[in-house]
Design a protein around this ligand. Structure first.
Ligand code: HEM
Length: 416
């Protein structure tokens, strides 16, 4: 799939859309009628969890074959539907009453659809964000007011806010993605000005991603995120609530372990890191590399192919161009700002509520306090993907600084 050294690097073979980047264009809203039993339940997951009836409904669901799913978009909607059912099924009773086994009528088709897509059998960023949207007015803009989710999880408007704001971050990154081939081809052909211009566009686009991320504070309520939603995003790997993982009945006798959904599974920052030459320290690198197995295979391949290109940083250092130097440094600066801002978001949505939860536990206070203190304790120090959050995020942020060209790096080290 990689462009050979003679041909130009292009995004065509990687399932990346000109207009929408990694976002799935026009996700289907319905499956063939045969799969109505799935959709009937998937559409009601928040309500059925609320009434503690989801497991009952899923246990009674017929075992359906996957042979009537043919198109890519059908498989993506099926994966999304089976994923929200699985997350609801597993976590319906909270962290203390989890299940050890996913019933075969859910597990078997879920496994088959996952195999065909090259995705793991758990809710991923590619499901919940990239393939989970529709425009209310098809002619209208791609913005918060005109977008809605196809399928949801418990947490009401904050769930919509969380997935949709993340979708807008993906959208803001599209100009950056589009410019990656220009950078790669420019480096190969020695086109200094073209590379500089493309890097300028990429840094603007990363700035726009940070601006989009700010909307998280407008559309997502931290206590709802922390106290209600987060458990439904979490997985069964490195999770003390499910220490043995989950048995997918009818698929395999031994339990399997999968990490929960996280935007660490978005391909964007992986692409930027490879392009700019950001090298992560062993432990964070291992986690981030593992997250690539939770992406659509074509997107994972793109990251891989960017990483095997001639080094952009070496090229910048070899050219005697102030504009190119500046453009490169600017990209790294914007990526650093994005990671810094993301750390603030994580602090507001996880660290602060986690501290309150510890304070409030056993002292049922106002309703917000009660919601927070009901949050899963197993997740206090961990991201839904299973990482030890702040240490990980700060290490990743700090490694980003090492991508600066030498003079700037010295400056940054003096400042910190
Ligand atoms: C309320 C909003 C958010 C919270 C609470 C949050 C939380 C986290 C946590 C806990 C991690 C650690 C990995 C894990 O265990 O899952 C993480 C990683 C990450 N998140 Fe977020 N996140 C949020 C929104 C976003 C958004 C909108 C993006 C952009 C697409 C994003 C991009 C990333 C990336 C790329 C990583 C991997 C670390 C890195 O490369 O810097 N996050 N996030």
């Amino acid at each position: 799939m990689a462009a050979d050294s003679e041909s130009l690097f292009s995004l065509d073979t990687y399932h990346v859309s000109e207009e929408l980047g990694f976002i799935l264009p026009d996700p289907l809203e319905e499956l063939p009628p045969y799969y109505q039993p799935w959709m009937d339940i998937a559409l009601r997951v928040p309500d059925l969890v609320h009434s503690h009836e989801l497991r009952l409904h899923i246990n009674k669901m017929p075992l359906l074959g996957t042979q009537h799913l043919q198109k890519h978009r059908e498989l993506r909607l099926a994966h999304l539907a089976l994923s929200v059912m699985t997350m609801g099924y597993t976590w319906q009773e909270g962290e203390n009453n989890t299940v050890e086994m996913l019933p075969h009528n859910l597990a078997v088709p879920y496994w088959e659809v996952s195999q065909r897509l090259g995705l793991p059998p758990i809710l991923t960023h590619a499901d919940a964000v990239l393939a989970n949207w529709r425009k209310k007015n098809p002619e209208g803009p791609f913005d918060m007011e005109n977008l809605e989710l196809l399928l949801s999880l418990p947490g009401g408007d904050s769930v919509r806010g969380f997935f949709m704001v993340t979708l807008l971050v993906e959208l803001a990154a599209v100009p950056a993605l589009r410019n990656i081939p220009t950078v790669i081809n420019g480096v190969r052909c020695g086109e200094t000005e073209a590379v500089a211009r493309a890097l300028e566009d990429i840094s603007q686009s990363i700035q726009d991603m940070t601006d989009a991320l700010k909307l998280m504070h407008v559309y997502v309520e931290p206590s709802v995120f922390y106290g209600i939603m987060r458990i439904y995003l979490s997985g069964w790997k490195d999770n003390p609530s499910m220490p043995n993982g989950l048995v997918y009945e009818g698929v395999q006798i031994e339990p399997m372990e999968y990490s929960g959904g996280s935007a660490a599974q978005s391909s964007l920052l992986h692409c930027f890191d490879e392009l700019l030459g950001v090298k992560h320290e062993a432990k964070s690198s291992a986690f981030l590399t593992r997250m690539r197995d939770y992406m659509p295979p074509e997107h994972k391949q793109l990251i891989q192919d960017i990483s095997s290109q001639p080094s952009l940083k070496n090229f910048v250092q070899q050219q005697d161009s102030e504009r190119l130097n500046q453009a490169f440094q600017h990209c790294v600066t914007k990526l650093l700002h994005l990671r810094n801002y993301h750390i603030n978001v994580v602090s507001r949505f996880i660290t602060v509520p986690a501290a309150r939860a510890r304070q409030l536990r056993d002292r049922s206070q106002d309703s917000e306090g009660e919601m927070i203190s009901r949050a899963p304790t197993a997740l206090e120090e961990r991201g839904t993907g299973g990482s030890g959050i702040m240490t990980f995020l700060k290490t990743v942020r700090d490694q980003t600084k090492d991508a600066f060209l030498p003079e700037r790096r010295t400056e940054m080290n003096h400042q910190s």
